[in-house]
Design a protein around this ligand. Structure first.
Ligand code: AMP
Ligand code: MN
Ligand code: MN
Ligand code: MN
Length: 277
């Protein structure tokens, strides 16, 4: 099977490799088609495309948009968006703009919980000044010895509903879909197994996503267990959605799945790339 990885991060959001280094690593791992999907940013795509052209890799211009739906934080991946679209760029900038204040509040909450200096500590890991994420806090919590590893930092402090979780109003689902579709892209639900949405709420979300022009959902991702690969591949079929696969790679030694190191789909599926030229 062709090695395709449609979800990855660089230093332009909260990954640790430059776009060029990420593409080099993808090439070394045998990737033929790679999407760079930084959080609320397309600023790394041009560099990644240049590197990809040298390696004979097809680089898909992507983005991972943070939204709030029914009070829940969800990620929508846009694939084949126009990274030079000024409207998209401006909307993503606005979506990022609340991150610093949110991070300061996370720092205050962590101080109340007995962890001092977390905001300043997280800032040391930040590589894009307008993109501080929970991952930067997680790296600080691990490297300062407060937490044993990244999942532990999310379980104890940072995960949705955990003690240092700060609710945030991101873009709406409708807005994210407009941004992606209006810049020529297709919309994919990122790691659907990771949200605190079950049954009725998940189905309501997928109905709305589909009605707004959504194309697919991720089934095989570094954020799912093998059981979930199958569960979401089947759910996609039921909803008439296509299936995507992406490592969600952020950093060597940190991410559960390296770029381009995903298993095959667990059953026959219609992949999101089925009509790509
Ligand atoms: P933010 O955009 O600040 O909400 O942070 C999102 C980042 O946190 C992404 O890089 C996710 O991969 C990461 N993340 C969210 N939940 C978890 C989790 N339970 N375990 C590990 N990483 C997570
Ligand atoms: Mn991230
Ligand atoms: Mn995500
Ligand atoms: Mn991601």
């Amino acid at each position: 099977m062709l090695n395709i990885d449609l979800h990855s991060h660089s230093r332009v959001s909260d990954g640790v490799l430059s776009p060029t280094e990420l593409v080099g690593r993808a090439q070394a791992n045998g990737v033929k088609v790679l999407a760079l999907t930084d959080h609320d940013e397309v600023g790394g795509v041009t560099e990644a495309k240049k590197a990809a052209a040298k390696h004979g890799i097809r680089l898909v211009s992507g983005v991972e948009i943070s939204i709030t739906w029914a009070g829940t934080s969800i990620h929508i991946v846009g694939l084949n968006v126009d990274e030079n679209d000024p409207v998209l760029i401006e909307n993503l900038r606005r979506n990022r703009s609340g991150r610093i204040e949110r991070a300061q509040r996370m720092g205050e909450r962590l101080a109340e919980l007995g962890v001092a200096g977390a905001y300043e500590g997280a800032l040391k890991y930040v590589t894009n000044p307008s993109l501080i994420s929970r991952k930067h806090f997680a790296r600080f919590l691990v490297e300062s010895g407060v937490c044993s590893n990244i999942p532990n930092a999310f379980d104890r402090f940072l995960g949705d509903g955990a003690p240092a979780y700060i609710r945030h109003q991101w873009a709406t689902l409708t807005e994210s879909m407009e941004w992606i579709l209006n810049s020529g892209g297709t919309a994919i639900v990122a790691h659907p197994g990771r949200y605190p949405l079950k049954d009725v709420a998940l189905y309501a979300f997928l109905d709305e996503f589909k009605q707004l022009g959504g194309t697919g959902i991720e089934a095989v991702t570094g954020s799912h267990s093998p059981d979930q690969y199958l569960e979401f591949a089947r759910l996609a079929k039921r909803y008439g959605l296509l299936v995507s696969a992406g490592s969600d790679f952020h950093a060597p030694g940190e991410s559960p799945v390296d770029v381009g190191c995903l298993p095959d789909f667990p059953c026959p599926v219609e992949p999101v790339w089925k009509d790509w030229k």
